[in-house]
Design a protein around this ligand. Structure first.
Ligand code: SAM
Ligand code: SF4
Length: 328
């Protein structure tokens, strides 16, 4: 699939649920109302939709959410999608998780062919972890990470850089992740959803990078892993550090992905509202042809990029939906 700007679309992110066992302060409100369960696509429908994307040339599929591992019977879907790895139609099946349920599901994930996994972890301080996630248990996540590594999965740590919250801990996170043989990727908080204190939390990664450069030697790397991160090698640790900088450096020119929600809405851009309702098409016929056509015409409308901006004088978010609904 090629969009109007000549970009090859080969990466689908699927938010399998908007629900989550955490309430990270930058992601969702404490009293978030989740979608009625009746609105969700069934796992069979998600399989059919994802398989249609694979038929259209998607090579990489990431399951995300909300927290993907809290969706009931998710392993059925993971296992089903694994068949596309076996045929070679899909090159990679992967997941982004908060890690709370990871230890329980590691063996099943590995058996389905998941080789790499992203775990979100913003701090190594148990009290701060609980405060940022509003309910998470750090030990449980660390146990999950250890289990995934022991099962042979490549784990990457994602951390959102938060002013005044984890900004003094970024070096520790880096040394810990690299000490465990894991990449670390830092993310700028994005203006998605009505979240209190967004502007106060926003920490530009240009600043973080400049601070790290005082202590470490950062060598730019050409590596792209199919996502928006730009990587450096930290010469002192030998590990990789990624920067996802939607605010300070827009990465849309190389965007290869689209996002599907758990209700079958396809967002062609993380930061724009235009969307295609694939659930209606999916349910209108058992024949896949209309679905494949609807995917094709949605891709033909993929916008050039997002216009994220975080400004104390303009408190409205770029898009009203949260990252957990769209699928981060
Ligand atoms: N629950 C899983 C997790 O936390 O890894 C998967 C879904 S979560 C929405 C995916 C990623 O989006 C996480 O790494 C999270 O830190 C990030 N995220 C959530 N809200 C964000 C925001 N407003 N700006 C930047 N990153 C955000
Ligand atoms: Fe849940 Fe992930 Fe959002 Fe945190 S970032 S509230 S873990 S969906």
């Amino acid at each position: 699939m090629i969009d109007p700007f000549g970009r090859h679309i080969s990466y689908l992110r699927v938010s399998v649920t908007d629900r989550c066992d955490f309430r990270c302060t930058y992601c969702m409100a404490e009293d978030t109302t989740f979608l009625p369960k009746a609105d969700l696509l069934s796992l069979e429908e998600l399989d059919r939709l994802c398989s249609a994307f694979v038929a259209k040339g998607v090579k990489k599929l990431r399951l995300t959410g909300g927290e993907p591992l809290v969706r009931k019977n998710l392993m059925w879907l993971v296992d089903r999608l694994g068949r596309h790895l076996k045929t070679g139609a899909l090159e990679e099946l992967t997941m982004t998780t908060n890690g709370s349920q990871l230890a329980r599901y590691t063996a099943d994930l590995a058996a389905a062919g998941i080789r790499r996994i992203n775990v979100s972890l913003d701090t190594l301080d148990p009290a701060k972890f609980r405060a940022i996630t509003r309910r998470g248990d750090l030990d449980q996540v660390l146990t999950g990470i250890a289990a995934a590594s022991a099962a042979g999965m490549k784990v990457k740590i994602n951390a959102v850089a938060l002013r005044g919250e984890n900004e003094d801990e970024i070096e520790d996170l880096l040394l810990w992740a690299h000490g465990e043989g894991m990449d670390l990727t830092l993310i700028e908080t994005m203006p998605m959803g009505e979240i209190a204190h967004r502007a106060e939390q926003y920490l530009p990664l240009s600043l973080v990078r400049a601070r790290l450069a005082r202590r470490f030697t950062l060598t730019d790397l050409p590596d792209r892993t199919g996502g928006p991160a730009r990587y450096v090698r930290i010469e002192e640790t030998g590990g990789r550090l990624g920067f996802i900088t939607p605010l300070t450096h827009n990465f849309c020119e190389s965007c290869n992905r689209v996002r599907l929600t758990c209700t079958g809405t396809l967002y062609m851009c993380l930061g724009q509202d235009d969307a295609a309702d694939l659930r209606a098409v999916l349910r209108s016929s058992t024949d896949d042809k209309p679905l494949l056509d609807a995917i094709e015409s949605a891709i033909a409308r993929k916008p050039k990029g997002h216009d994220f901006i975080i400004d104390r004088r303009r408190p409205a978010p770029a898009v009203a939906r949260t990252m957990s609904l769209t699928g981060g």
